[in-house]
Design a binder for this molecule. Structure first.
Ligand code: HEM
Length: 243
């Protein structure tokens, strides 16, 4: 009997890109409909929540990009290594400096679910590098898709300037045509050398990556509501401004 939550390879599409899209459809929907993401889509995101989210992303992308760098010459990852086009760490540093000021490094926190994500990325990058593409796919293709909608919502909800300050994370200056770049990325994924067992493991890892992302959102949501109950000053400030 196959373990619960795994996907049978019987109906697995040939191309990795198709297999990933198909096998993560349900977890994508789960991620989209977490309280955190549902609220975000409605423009119900406070400055405090957004800052916590960006801080988590900073830890996640620092780890993802460190492991990408480690595997840039590894044939199981090299074809999908696009640092100039995709890297987000520097953009997140700019956003965090914008929101927290120059002392941002001392002010941000890495919460448990985010830490778990970081540990998984480090494990994959160092011990199972053939699975790293699953993590890069989940984050970067997501950022190039739904992320573009979230950018506009954040700018409006948080009254951010039209200069792009505070939303560098969602902006990809190295990608001139997002649709074409996603096509190229999919083609590169499809050309990665792998047997069917590895393809199955990559698909499972992508599902796992979505589930870890969901845990990050759930934790942020919980922390945000605790902050509200305690009447966190930052929360009150944004609520006042929103009136
Ligand atoms: C694709 C929306 C959250 C990962 C897409 C697409 C849309 C979308 C419309 C399809 C784009 C296309 O086919 O051209 C959203 C919205 C979200 C959200 C509105 C939240 C409010 C997420 C999250 C993740 C994610 C949290 C992962 C952490 C992906 C990936 C794809 C994708 C990997 C590419 C699927 C593929 O073509 O293989 N998203 N998304 N999304 N999204 Fe999301």
């Amino acid at each position: 009997m196959k373990p619960a939550g795994t996907h049978s390879s019987e109906s697995m599409p040939e191309d990795l890109s198709e297999a990933l899209k198909k096998s993560t459809k349900d977890v994508h929907e789960q991620a989209e409909t977490t309280e955190f993401m549902k609220n975000f889509q409605k423009g119900q995101v406070s400055l405090r929540e957004f800052k916590m989210y960006m801080s988590s992303l900073y830890y996640i992308y620092s780890a993802l990009e460190k492991e990408s760098e480690r595997n840039k010459d590894n044939p199981v990852y090299a074809p999908v290594y696009f640092p100039a086009e995709l890297n987000r760490k520097h953009a997140l540093e700019q956003d965090l400096e914008y929101f927290y000021g120059p002392t941002w490094r001392q002010e941000i926190q890495c919460y448990d679910a985010t830490q778990k994500y970081v540990v998984r990325l480090q494990h994959v990058g160092q011990h199972e590098p053939e699975l790293l593409v699953a993590h890069a796919y989940t984050r970067y293709l997501g950022d190039l898709s739904g992320g573009q909608v979230l950018k506009k919502i954040a700018q409006k909800a948080l009254h951010l300037p039209s200069t792009g300050d505070g939303v560098a994370f969602f902006t990809f200056p190295g990608v001139s045509n997002i649709t074409k770049f996603k096509q190229l990325y999919r083609a590169r994924m499809n050309a990665l050398p792998m047997d069917s067992a590895t393809k199955q493991r990559i698909v499972e890892e992508a599902r796992n990556s979505f589930l870890i992302n969901i845990q990050v959102f759930e934790e942020l949501q919980k922390l945000a509501s605790q902050g509200r109950e305690n009447g966190h000053p930052m929360q009150q400030q944004t609520e006042l401004r929103a009136r």
